[in-house]
Design a protein around this ligand. Sequence first.
Ligand SMILES: [Zn+2]
Length: 213
Amino acid sequence: MQTLRALNRLRPPRPLRLPAVVSFALLALLADCAAEGGAPTATADKGAPLMLDAATIAALGETNDAWKLPPDDPSIRVDKPDAEWRRLLSPEQYRILRQSGTERAGSCALLSVKRPGSFRCAGCGLRIFRSGEKFESGTGWPSFSQPIAADRIRTAVDASLGMTRTEVNCARCGGHLGHVFDDGPPPTHLRYCMNGAAMAFEPAAKDAAAAAP
Ligand SMILES: [Zn+2]
């Protein structure tokens, strides 16, 4: 992405043409769902990358002040105008978090993450789930048996699509994360069915150090 930007800077100014629009769309898609294991996505043009490290979190805080808040404090409310969310989030993050969208099953690399660490809201950085409560549900969406604490989320009745479901939202920014169902494994018997693209994964400090070259 950096190289592309550098190249673009070298070119003389010109009207935006279709190929450029398509390139931007592709870049946005890559930023949303980069494969796990590679270098963290360079701080995305918009929104949090799927994989976080200290540098990307610091960079996010420069554009989105919510990322400067303590990651484990859900008592602080983040309330931004819609236009601001649209500016801060990638198109896919905006569609899910702010418009209650759903990602395509199996589409997000966070589905396969098994490393120790935590899953933070892509909108405001609140830590919501831990790897220890993540399980393979076979649904194609990252699934958890419980959040880190009950106060990390808010729930609401969702009667859309001819069903009655329980919607799960981030307690700090109100962003839509997914739904919770009562067919999960013991002991909670709950299945928090989340959109991977609504979250960002932060490896546990020890794990991140071990993975460093
Ligand atoms: Zn949030």
